[in-house]
Ligand binder design. Sequence first.
Ligand SMILES: *Cc1c(COP(=O)(O)O)cnc(C)c1O
Length: 465
Amino acid sequence: MTHHNTSNEVWAEPFKIKMVELLKVTSREDREKAIKEAGYNTFLLKSEDVYIDLLTDSGVGAMSDRQWAGMMMGDEAYAGSANFYRLEATVKQYYSYQYTVPTHQGRGAENILSQILIKDGDYVPGNMYFTTTRLHQELAGGKFVDVIIDEAHDPASTHPFKGNVDIAKLDKLVAEVGAEKIPYVCIATAVNMAGGQPISLGNLKELRVWADKHDIMIVHDMTRVAENAYFIQQREDGYREKSIAEIVHEICSLTDAATMSSKKDAMVNIGGFLAMNSEALYEKACNLVVVYEGLHTYGGMAGRDMEALAIGITESLQDAHIRARVGQVEYLGNRLIDRGVPIVRPIGGHAVFLDARAILPHIPQSQYPAQALASALYVDGGVRVMERGAVSAGRNKETGEEFMPKLELVRLTLPRRVYTQAHMDVVVESVCRVMENADKIKGLKFAYEPEYLRFFRGKFEEIDA
Ligand SMILES: *Cc1c(COP(=O)(O)O)cnc(C)c1O
């Protein structure tokens, strides 16, 4: 099999468009009013007031005609749906895990896994935190410990695998708390909070050796494993001629269990699963899934959704698909770099991250510059993006103090198979206009701060200087 994947080669989408969704055009006045009403939180905007929606790549991908056809094949039996067995077989074939427990989405899988594996006072190391993942670890009595390499916290570092684990940090943790206090290491592929940055197979193999030595499990947050595999194919010695499907299989084989939000890579609108190789763990997961999600053969998903998911998994692993997917993200990132916009480098797999500190140096981090920048982008051109900085990081569970992460970013996330290159050009122009007028953007303070995951529903007010 040959691969056409040189970075500078011309590429295009391996699909054509069969159905379109019309968008509403709004005025700047409309948008100023809308963002104020939304408390300067882009999560609280109405979707119909948005022109180009780059809030997230979660559940917003365009399904293929085959996936829609699969929706008609739903076996909506309460127990033992044919679609479940198809999904289970697909997970086994492509992701290598022996057992699958469907959940309503990724956090449902995180909840079950955390409750089974974490005891009060345990430590859970990971290659950077993810919002819902860390919260479920904490709710189960665990404490998250960041063991990603230092380069991941530096938006200017061009390290090719910023998702790698620093094994020395793991050794230090074992020396401090003991291996018996560490139920598992949580490894995300294409690390979201680091900017969609990959972990290398070399690093994962080292981690496997380390984990076996200490008898600690590896749990894989596999939400964007295909995008991670693409970067391995492009950047890691020995993988140039390997297919995305082969690389994904190898990644998964090095881990013991996985949580999946199928709303990302797998291009369905809802769903997720927990997968594992241990029969004992599977038994425990089946016992808990009935409490929180549903019977172990549907776990919160309709039969038709499991069918569309099984098909989506196979499409997500096609080389031409992933090449165009990451190619579009790189297109947007490279146009922004050409225009002098400070973004996290290298460009990630699902999103481009603007460095809000560099764009808004007059706003201190305690006044949430990334939140303010996200609001300004909406007002300028109707482009909706997300804060990934101090607001998302939240507060320390024990001290109540706010985390002040090194990365204060705004995420422009690309839905899969949804927008065109012309949309990307519109986004670039809007970001440049906002940058030119950056000194007029004001800092923000909380008007309402929710207890959990405050970025979703928090409201803000502008601070008048
Ligand atoms: C989205 C996501 C989750 C949570 O999944 P949901 O389906 O939104 O519940 C977990 N981890 C990562 C890395 C994610 O991107």
